[in-house]
Design a protein around this ligand. Structure first.
Ligand code: ADP
Length: 228
């Protein structure tokens, strides 16, 4: 369970807060869209969850653990339990698909045997086993995003966070990526996705949390992007 309790966060002491008294809960296994204009505060919510930023007031909890109070040495463990996917994929260009995924395990000192087993399994999950030896530049945008999703899943995180994952993709490819995220969610992973993509949000009919100027103005089950 993710819980924000009256969270206020400002990047500068004298500036307007990026989040202002924000409270919400996300249960395990939910799929939630964070929507709102650029600068609304969506990414700030994601950054607080991985402790890239800390709130000035209020509490951010994951499974009753106060993320803001987490000792520094516990932060890597927190981040291993949260997969991250970005608009710009963030793959290593000189490494193959398999090496990109393996690298996420190597930095955690996983054994070669475990890496050898895990990499094909996650590539199979995202439908890219046959392209394991290609480099990112030899893949389409949608395929690169699949690699990024595979990499985010190697540690079997309980939570997958995606920040505008379809932002660089055409509409058909975006639908495919959403099918994959839906499948991952149905297998039990909590998915939180920040997006501007109205078409996708309207098609998926998942919970929608709308943020404006750092405040939640709507929290709707099976929601749509915006009211017309
Ligand atoms: P969104 O993800 O909805 O586009 P953000 O959470 O990135 O919005 O930003 C919320 C607000 O915080 C915006 O006003 C933005 O300009 C500001 N902000 C974001 N990151 C920083 C930063 N590193 N330093 C200062 N201000 C920031």
């Amino acid at each position: 369970m993710i819980k924000f309790e009256n969270v206020t966060m400002a990047y500068r002491k004298d500036g307007n807060p990026a989040l202002n008294d924000v409270s919400f809960e996300i249960a395990d296994g939910e799929f939630v869209f964070l929507v709102g204009q650029s600068g609304a505060g969506k990414s700030t919510i994601l950054r607080l969850l991985i402790r890239e930023e800390s709130a000035q007031a209020g509490t951010v909890l994951i499974d009753d653990i106060n993320i803001g109070m987490l000792p520094e040495k516990e932060v890597p463990k927190l981040r291993r339990n949260i997969g991250m996917v970005f608009q710009d994929f963030r793959l290593l260009p000189e490494k193959t698909v398999a090496e990109n995924v393996a690298f996420a395990l190597q930095v955690l000192n996983k054994s070669p045997d475990e890496i050898k087993q895990t990499v094909p399994a996650v590539l199979d999950l995202v439908g890219l086993l046959d392209k394991a030896n290609r480099r990112p530049e030899q893949l389409s945008g949608g395929e690169q995003q699949r690699v990024a999703i595979a990499r985010a899943l190697v540690n079997r995180p309980a939570i997958l966070m995606a920040d505008e994952p379809t932002g660089n993709l055409d509409p058909d490819t975006s639908v495919e990526i959403m099918r994959l995220l839906d499948q991952i969610n149905k297998a039990g992973t909590t998915v939180i996705m920040a997006t501007h993509d109205a078409g996708i949000v309207d098609q998926m009919r998942k919970r929608v949390i709308e943020i404006t100027g750092g405040a939640i103005i709507r929290d709707q089950a099976q929601g749509v992007y915006g009211y017309s």
